[in-house]
Write a protein that binds this ligand. Structure first.
Ligand SMILES: Cc1cc2nc3c(=O)[nH]c(=O)nc-3n(C[C@H](O)[C@H](O)[C@H](O)COP(=O)(O)OP(=O)(O)OC[C@H]3O[C@@H](n4cnc5c(N)ncnc54)[C@H](O)[C@@H]3O)c2cc1C
Ligand SMILES: Cc1cc2nc3c(=O)[nH]c(=O)nc-3n(C[C@H](O)[C@H](O)[C@H](O)COP(=O)(O)O)c2cc1C
Length: 853
């Protein structure tokens, strides 16, 4: 239901929205017609008053003498120096007779007022799009659609915190891009909602007879004998369609007519509008307004016999019932003058805002289209990369298992190398690999990392559990394994080794010995590449390598936890020279630099000058500069006596450090949330120390973005449960921002830290999202705010029912932060709450995603 409403809402929005935008602008202009025309024509519309205005019979004889025709209608303000207006009978075959302004003191015609034709055109646009009956049908349909916009828009934006007025009515000016457009559309839409409903309903009174008849029946007074109904509108002087046929009228007696008007209206008469009958025997009609009328269209109506002046009926505004008053005031309600000048201003502003909805609606639509196109083209690229032509033989299967994206990146590079050697390839996650895939392949390459304590990455746990236990026969399979790991972990490349062991045990033949990569070691990666080159018979001209580091500028460093008992946490902002894009959930790899004081300390006593020139990667620089990117061992005894170049050659380059990205490209800056690593001797960790202390604001930082597809948003808009602690907020924050940009509100955050007072990172932002409904729920666990320790897993346990509900609705769980303690604890709690099978099935469905370290 919601989806259909949404589709219809945007489809009408990008079509009928244009007409409504035009109607809004023309309506706003037209509502100030009187003021504008008066201001343009001070000398034309106002005359020098004489002792008294002419009497009605005198006016008639004077204007009929000048117009050489019978009058059909007058509009006169008896106590004013404003010009009066007269309409003559239309000539045969024409809709309208001539109209003239005239001096009510002399009866002489005056000049036409400047601007009246322009406003006539504006009104014609507003009501008929300057296209007659056809245009009227269009504006009428668009007015109906406006009612639909109001009601469907209200339903579509209904926030979870419906009782919080801020959520409905306030705009977050800090937002950018799609989310800002969405806010503009929905918040201003709410502000304008009542006004638009009023404009639409009052407008429909002119659009469709069934509306005005229905309303008359519903809220009008019973008709008074002799009274003419004028639909919803007030008397805009001008002959109506029925006046098209000129007919002979009975000889009117204007003295008697005036007498009746005066007697009936009394001394407070401000202005009146006299319409002479169209056919013999018909009555004349007078609409008049009193000086103390509540609004400009609080009209009274007299029906009289034009020959005798005899009063036939009178209908006074003050005597009408409430509903009938509203009907008579339709025009005033439509323009806002019912509430005086403030009402008109409100209506005008709302009408002027009409194009905003058309424009923001289109921007939202284009953004959605662009995203869909991106997804389609990404899929297109993958399918090209995965297909092989029949003539080239069966595709090489390249399976990968990655926790944080490195193995995935290498799998694609591997595929690229094979493809450039003319081999067809098929790249596949181990999570999606079946027994059949293995049986049908002749050649397979596996690029897998190890995670946790020697385990398979989350996504491949199902593969290991189901396939690795099976006694498959893989005698036809030739394979090679590239294992990624880190020797600092006890089970170095544990999963790669188990996978290799199983493949060998099942009869597969190794293409070459497994290659194990320690912390991205480039020599090992080159070895893998060489082996592939030898295998495919084509040694590539250039070694494929990881993307180059780029220079980014550090321009924001805000302490997030002043006064905390823990080590300092900073929000860092960086801007890049290039237009590097990333997706929420991605990581960066930062090349740290030693602090100048550390280099100085290292060189002290070695007897080599810091400004000695050395060569690194073909570039000449000083030893001091070169040492900033090398590991500086505490024990230097083996380095004593070396000259500058030999010293540099003997030292290993610093390893990169990974950080979860905390922002989205639309923010205009790449943000990180980094905690200072504190060593027991009080010194700072290399990467965190460099980013949070040693690098000056404005300094250049070498970093590159690493795609972390297993932590990206779900491909379908499912609910999201985001769980994290400390700096783990970074990855969750980028995901949340991306979700809010997409207009998805089913986000539940569980965040943990030490003390609410000091460690509630980005509190204003998170509370703001909760208030605006962008976060449907937020559970906080501040472990040290009470006697017993409370962690996110405890909050999860407390909300077990809600967890079950969200999972039943297809929620995807994202976990970011420390593996020890937090992620392990959450994992155990999840297993206790939904069972081993439940967690396993979530992992296999890609609904349990982790960026933990
Ligand atoms: C996927 C992922 C995402 C992360 N996201 C964040 C984040 O958003 N915010 C955050 O504050 N931290 C994050 N970290 C942790 C971060 O990468 C660093 O480990 C942390 O900043 C401490 O590094 P350091 O250089 O300051 O400290 P150091 O003491 O210099 O190093 C800390 C650790 O880095 C490793 N290390 C040290 N030297 C080497 C070396 N030569 N080769 C390989 N490894 C070495 C060791 O494990 C060491 O214990 C993340 C880690 C990973 C793996
Ligand atoms: C929390 C965590 C646990 C890890 N555990 C191991 C391990 O037990 N054995 C190992 O060799 N490498 C381990 N590693 C190192 C990763 O395997 C290595 O960083 C690899 O390059 C990651 O590749 P991926 O991004 O494709 O997952 C671990 C890394 C992290 C962050």
């Amino acid at each position: 239901m919601k989806k259909v409403l949404f589709q219809v809402h945007w489809f009408f929005g990008i079509t009928a929205g244009l007409v409504l935008a035009l109607m809004g602008i023309t309506g706003a202009l037209y509502s100030f017609e009187d003021e504008i025309v008066d201001a343009l024509n001070p000398d034309t519309l106002f005359v020098q008053p004489l002792e008294r205005q002419l009497s009605l019979p005198e006016m008639v004889s004077k204007v009929e003498a000048q117009g050489k025709d019978k009058v059909s209608m007058f509009r006169i303000e008896p106590d004013s120096n404003r010009v009066a207006q007269v309409w003559f009978q239309p000539p045969p075959g024409q809709r309208r007779g001539e109209m003239h302004n005239f001096n009510p003191f002399t009866g002489a015609f005056t000049e036409d007022a400047l601007g009246q034709d322009f406003f006539g055109f504006i009104l014609n646009l507003h009501r008929f799009l300057a296209a007659g009956e056809y245009g009227k049908q269009v504006t009428a349909a668009c007015t109906l659609i406006l009612v639909f916009f109001c009601l469907s828009g209200l339903y579509l934006r209904w926030p979870r915190q419906a009782l919080n007025w801020r959520v409905w009515l306030t705009l977050d000016w800090a937002k950018k891009g799609r989310s800002f457009n969405w806010d503009l559309h929905s918040v201003f839409g709410t502000w304008c909602l009542i006004v638009y409903l009023l404009l639409a309903i009052t407008g429909l009174m002119w659009s469709y007879d069934w509306v005005s008849n229905g309303m008359n029946k519903l809220i009008g007074d019973p008709p008074v004998a002799g009274e003419q109904r004028r639909g919803g509108g007030g008397p805009r002087p001008g002959p109506g369609p029925k006046e098209a046929v000129p007919v002979q009228t009975a000889a009117p007696d204007y003295a008697l007519i005036w007498d009746t008007i005066q007697k009936t209206a009394g001394p407070d008469l401000k202005a009146y509008n006299l319409r002479m009958p169209q056919a013999p025997g018909q009555m004349a009609t007078v609409f008049y307004i009193l000086k103390n009328a509540p609004h400009p269209r609080a009209l009274n109506q007299i029906t009289l016999d034009p020959a005798s002046g005899q009063l036939k009926a009178v209908s006074r505004y003050a005597d009408k019932g409430y509903g009938a008053k509203l009907l008579v005031s339709n025009y005033s309600l439509h323009t806002g003058s019912y509430w005086g000048l403030p009402g008109r201003i409100v209506i005008t502003v709302a009408a002027l805002l009409m194009p905003l909805f058309f424009i923001t609606g289109w921007l939202l639509y284009l953004d959605r289209r662009r995203k869909k196109r991106d997804i389609r083209s990404a899929r297109g690229e993958v399918s090209t990369a995965t297909s092989g032509s029949a003539s080239q033989g069966p595709a090489w299967l390249i399976g990968f298992a990655s926790q944080s994206g490195f193995a995935e990146q290498l799998a694609w590079q591997t595929a690229g190398q094979l493809q450039s050697a003319g081999l067809p390839v098929r790249v596949q996650r181990l999570a999606d690999m079946t027994e059949q895939d293995l049986n049908q392949s002749h050649n397979a390459l596996f690029v897998v990392s190890t995670f946790g304590d020697g385990e398979a990455p989350d996504s491949a746990r199902g593969f290991e559990r189901t396939l690795l236990g099976r006694p498959l026969s893989l005698e036809n399979l030739n394979y090679a394994v590239l294992g990624l790991g880190d020797r600092q972990y006890q089970h170095f490349c544990g999963f790669a080794q188990r996978l290799h062991g199983w493949l060998a045990e099942r009869g597969g033949s190794t293409l070459f010995a497994p290659v194990e990569v320690d912390s991205g070691d480039s020599a090992a990666l080159q070895h893998w590449q060489q082996q592939l080159g030898e295998l495919t018979g084509s040694t590539p001209a250039t070694a494929w390598k990881a993307p180059d580091y780029e220079n980014w500028t550090l321009n924001q460093r805000d302490l997030l936890n002043a006064g905390s008992v823990g080590s300092k946490v900073f929000l860092l902002g960086l801007t890049g020279a290039s237009d590097t894009r990333w997706e929420a959930g991605d990581l960066v790899e930062v090349l740290p630099r030693n602090a100048p004081s550390a280099v100085e300390h290292f060189l002290a006593g070695l007897g080599i000058a810091a400004d000695s020139q050395v060569h690194v990667d073909g570039l000449s620089e000083t030893l001091g500069q070169a040492l900033r990117s090398r590991q500086l061992p505490a024990n230097r005894s083996h380095l004593v006596g070396l000259h500058a170049q030999a010293l540099i050659d003997a030292l290993v380059p610093l390893a990169m450090r990974e950080y979860s990205i905390a922002s989205i490209p639309e923010d205009g800056s790449l943000q990180l949330i980094v905690r200072q690593e504190l060593h027991p001797d009080g010194s700072l960790g290399l990467g965190s120390g460099w980013l949070t202390e040693h690098a000056a604001l404005g300094a250049s930082i070498s970093l590159r973005v690493r795609r972390n597809s297993s932590f990206h948003l779900p491909s379908e808009p499912a609910p999201m449960i985001l769980i994290g602690n400390g700096t783990g907020l970074a990855g969750l924050r980028s995901l949340l921002k991306a979700r809010i940009t997409q207009g998805e509100h089913r986000n539940w955050l569980l965040f943990g830290e030490r003390n609410a007072e000091h460690d509630f990172h980005c509190a204003d932002e998170l509370n703001g999202w909760l208030a605006s409904g962008d976060l449907a729920r937020m559970d906080l666990a501040f472990s040290r705010d009470q006697a017993e320790k409370i962690y996110v897993q405890d909050r999860l346990r407390e909300a077990a029912d809600e967890l079950h509900r969200w999972l039943a609705e297809g929620a995807v769980i994202y976990i970011c932060g420390s593996l020890e303690g937090m992620a392990t604890g959450v994992d155990e709690t999840l297993r206790a709450l939904i069972g081993e099978e439940g967690v396993q099935s979530l992992i296999e469905q890609g609904r349990y995603r982790r960026d933990v370290y």
